[in-house]
Design a binder for this molecule. Structure first.
Ligand SMILES: [Fe+2]
Ligand SMILES: [Fe+2]
Length: 151
């Protein structure tokens, strides 16, 4: 049995069901999922230097993804986006915090502790796709249709 709490089966809330049918967003969500998988893989091999690199990749990609969504929501006039943006900021701050813990406190932190934190963050983000990103689908689709963009 896989002991890593961030492994795919534990954290992946049936990923296939989370498709929003907005191509650009589904692609980005899938990439985020892949980066978390990569993180699990290097952790299993205790490859800590690579793990830090993936933290950076994930941080950069989340920034890019959240900006994409926030721009789309603004253009589409989606209501109530402030709460949504607050969650994005929260996730990025948590990620940076875990990376720092991993980098500077590795003497005191067990591997399990880093994996648990990553696993929890992954669950939050996956739930966010389902519970928050799904809220902008109608308005963003309408907006994209008016621009002739089928993404
Ligand atoms: Fe998203
Ligand atoms: Fe979002």
């Amino acid at each position: 049995m896989n002991k890593n709490p961030a492994n795919k089966s534990d954290s992946n809330i049936s990923y296939g069901k989370l498709l929003l049918s907005i191509e650009i967003i589904d692609e980005q969500h899938s990439k985020i999922n892949e980066l978390f998988d990569k993180m699990v893989e290097v952790s299993e091999h205790k490859n800590y230097k690579s793990r830090l690199v993936i933290f950076d990749e994930l941080d950069e990609y989340l920034k890019y993804h959240f900006e994409t969504e926030e721009n789309l929501m603004r253009s589409a006039g989606t209501i109530d986006i402030e709460k949504h943006i607050q969650q994005h900021d929260f996730f990025r701050n948590r990620l940076i915090e875990i990376r720092k813990l991993d980098q500077y406190n590795s003497k005191y932190l067990t591997d399990l502790s880093v994996n648990l934190r990553v696993s929890l963050l992954r669950k939050w983000i996956t739930s966010h796709f389902r519970d928050f990103d799904s809220l902008y689908v109608d308005s963003v689709k309408q907006y994209l249709a008016t621009t002739g963009n089928k993404k």
